[in-house]
Design a protein around this ligand. Structure first.
Ligand code: CTP
Ligand code: CA
Length: 225
């Protein structure tokens, strides 16, 4: 018998992860959402738990199995996710905002199924609140990690979002790059802080990317104390 000697740099830390694509209802049988498998967020939750953290996973619907040992909060809409995150903000040490949040939602949600009628249907959308920006404005000691999936000008958009949303780190990927797109088990990311590029991680499993991101956060919150 040997006691497992695992590396637990997040022991005693509270980590919140958001994952999946938020879902905005049009009517009781239809919705709009974003491309997102939830794999990066679930990998972060699972690895954070392994590294000793007390983990809360706020998840929009995905096809994935819930990671064990993690508190799961299921949400659908962006408003629900905002509420779930903001109500827990104060008690958290680290927040990973890996969810793909719908930027807009239908202006009205029909109570009954919309029946087929004319040749065109126009659905008016209104802007959703920005969860990351909201917590960026309200944060005190929390270490906040944002994400950005881009198709072009990755570095420019990444730095812009990091500053605008007041994140401590921003993790960007070019979804057009091989091994970095939606649904796959690998990712290729570039990590930024206020001073610019911190690390460019070559293609690797989302679990490995998650471990590295958690390590970076752990080092940086330690440095704060
Ligand atoms: N985000 C959020 N709330 C929103 C939109 C985005 O919390 N309403 C978060 C995402 O979870 C992610 C980060 O902000 O961590 C960047 O998301 P992204 O969609 O790339 O940023 P946007 O500001 O929506 O810009 P874009 O026009 O590129 O969609
Ligand atoms: Ca967006």
């Amino acid at each position: 018998f040997m006691q497992e000697q695992t590396y637990k740099p997040l022991q005693g830390k509270k980590v919140l992860v958001t994952a999946g694509g938020t879902l905005e209802r049009i009517d009781p049988v239809r919705y709009i959402t974003n491309d997102s498998s939830g794999k990066m967020g679930y990998a972060l939750a699972e690895e954070a738990h392994r590294m000793g953290a007390e983990v809360t996973l706020v998840t929009a619907p995905t096809a994935l199995k819930f990671p064990s040992g993690v508190q799961v909060v299921e949400v659908q809409s962006t408003e629900d996710m905002l509420q779930a995150v903001v109500s827990r903000l104060e008690e958290m040490d680290i927040i990973f905002k890996a969810a793909a949040v719908a930027d807009y939602r239908p202006a009205v949600q029909a109570a009954q199924k919309i029946k087929k009628s004319g040749d065109e249907l126009v659905i008016k959308l209104v802007k959703n609140p920005d969860i990351l920006q909201t917590i960026g404005e309200r944060k005190t000691t929390q270490f906040i990690v944002g994400f950005a999936a881009e198709t072009n000008d990755v570095d420019k958009y990444a730095m812009d979002k990091l500053i605008r949303k007041n994140c401590d780190l921003l993790v960007a990927n070019d979804v057009t790059e091989a091994g970095a797109g939606f649904g796959v088990d690998t990712n290729v990311v570039r990590v930024f802080d206020r001073n610019g590029l911190v690390e460019a991680l070559p293609m690797q499993s989302k679990s490995n990317v998650a471990r590295r991101l958690l390590q970076l956060a752990a080092e940086r919150i330690k440095g704060d104390n």
